[in-house]
Design a binder for this molecule. Structure first.
Ligand code: AMP
Ligand code: GLY
Length: 441
């Protein structure tokens, strides 16, 4: 006799490519019956498919028109639909305390609570925390007074980075070549208040030099399990030219991020961070993302994020062999040490297709064609980000529009397949980088 598995209902909060990937990965779990995505995008709705094979999701997904900042609306929805587990994609609702609210309502949710999310939401908190717990980072000082910050700039004998303390959608970090730029950065943040209340305090950091990497891990408050290393490409144009973006493509595993380096970061950064948060009574549960600079004195932390990366997730989760739902449950229940997190061999690459003009202003509502052709390719999945369904079909609705991911036996194969996927898809002015993963094939 076989028991019918209990089919769980999960809710993914967010609307980007990362959230499409989370919904897709969860919908492949044999334990999931229904996925909801709030608010989702043009690609996060599909019917159930009991005969799913390969990279197809099995459980149905549906969008829910509730925005990520309507926390009580999200709680009400989760209650009404008897959602078993909620996963939060972006940082803003985590920093606003969505986990605390869900827990107060007796709902299960995987992510850091408001206190723990301070590791991302306040750069001053993160720096003070790292100093207290001997986690390697550069020199820094925190100011809420413009004059005092300016006086400090004249004392330090190194180049600096000036950061708004709070969340500023990745824009509140100003890298300065000299004191004039640093003074101008202070003016931008503290006087012009370009990032609003996020700039009530500034953090002036020593400017570190070296190659940059990110190492992410699942955390259950005690145990830390690394996620396969990925590399993102932040600049909008090939050869790392043009302005920074949320990320234009990623690949995993990154061959130059060797197991010994991951282990080093686990021992010196991620485990001490999780131990430190537990010791101060704010256990860290969820995904912890360490952005690091590989300096001449070893890896040093640039920032923590309290969530998955976007588009790194689109290159990581297709390689995950273990049931993602299992991992999230283990994080919540404090038994991550009992889960065998396995990854497929081979590589995954993801190429972001963006709107013309991104990361500046861009048009919306451009019709997208060729998605069906890309979907027919083997080992290719198209994750939607800034898209919407309209009467004419799928149209663009954001800066980063799609992320085309592909698996391969090696990076060259994954990249070539991902680019074949990209070439099937058209919208007016579509932009993508041609050099994702170049130099590593
Ligand atoms: P953050 O949001 O704090 O990671 O900063 C965004 C980007 O700014 C990082 O990915 C780095 O490229 C750069 N950055 C941040 N902090 C520093 C630092 N202390 N030294 C050099 N570059 C930095
Ligand atoms: N792709 C960088 C980030 O998610 O922060």
């Amino acid at each position: 006799m076989s028991l019918k598995p209990i089919q769980q209902t999960v809710l993914v909060i967010g609307s980007g490519g990362r959230e499409h990937t989370l919904a897709w990965s969860l919908a492949r779990s044999p334990q999931v019956g229904q996925v909801y995505v709030a608010p989702g995008n043009g690609g996060t709705e599909w019917p159930a498919n009991p005969a799913a094979e390969g990279l197809q999701p099995r459980a149905a997904a549906a969008n829910v028109p509730i925005s990520v900042d309507d926390l009580s609306g999200l709680v009400d929805f989760a209650r009404q639909k008897n959602v078993d587990l909620t996963i939060v994609g972006p940082e803003a609702p985590l920093a606003a305390g969505i986990v605390d609210l869900f827990q107060e309502a007796g709902l299960r949710v995987c992510g850091p609570n408001r206190q723990a999310a301070q590791l991302e939401a306040s750069k001053a908190f993160a720096n003070d925390f790292m100093r207290r717990h001997n986690i390697p980072t550069g020199g820094y000082a925190v100011f809420d007074d413009y004059q005092a910050a300016g006086d400090y700039l004249r004392q330090v004998d190194y180049r600096v980075v000036v950061k708004a303390d709070g969340l500023a959608a990745g824009k509140g970090v100003l890298i300065c070549d000299d004191i004039d730029q640093a003074q101008a950065a202070l003016q931008t943040i503290m006087i012009e208040r370009a990032f609003g209340a996020a700039g009530d305090k500034v953090v002036i950091e020593e400017r570190l030099e070296g190659p940059e990497i990110s190492i992410l891990a699942w955390c259950d408050g005690q145990t830390v399990v690394p996620i396969i290393p990925a590399r993102d490409h932040k600049r909008v144009f090939d050869d790392d030219q043009g302005p920074n973006t949320g990320g234009m493509g990623a690949y995993t595993p990154a061959p130059d991020i060797e197991p010994a380096l991951v282990e080093n970061v686990m021992q010196t950064v991620l485990q001490p961070a999780v131990d430190g948060m537990a010791a101060q009574g704010t256990p860290y549960i969820g995904v912890l993302y360490a952005g690091l600079m590989l300096t001449a004195d070893g890896p040093k932390v640039l920032e923590f994020n309290c969530r998955f990366g976007d588009p790194e997730t689109q290159a990581e989760l297709p390689l995950l062999e273990t049931d993602l739902l299992e991992i999230f449950w283990a994080c919540i229940e404090g038994r991550l040490d009992q889960v065998d997190v396995r990854w497929r061999s081979g590589s995954c690459a993801t190429i972001v297709m963006s709107s013309p003009g991104y990361p500046g202003s861009y048009p919306k509502g451009l019709p997208i064609t060729g998605l069906d052709k890309a979907a027919e390719l083997e080992n290719v999945v198209v994750f939607h980000a800034g898209t919407a369904q309209s009467e004419e079909g799928v149209v663009t609705a954001g800066g980063r529009v799609l992320a085309v991911s592909a698996l391969g036996d090696n990076l060259a194969a994954a990249l070539s397949r991902a680019y074949t996927g990209v070439e099937q898809i058209q919208f007016e002015g579509a932009h993508y980088r041609r050099d994702i993963g170049r130099g590593y094939q």
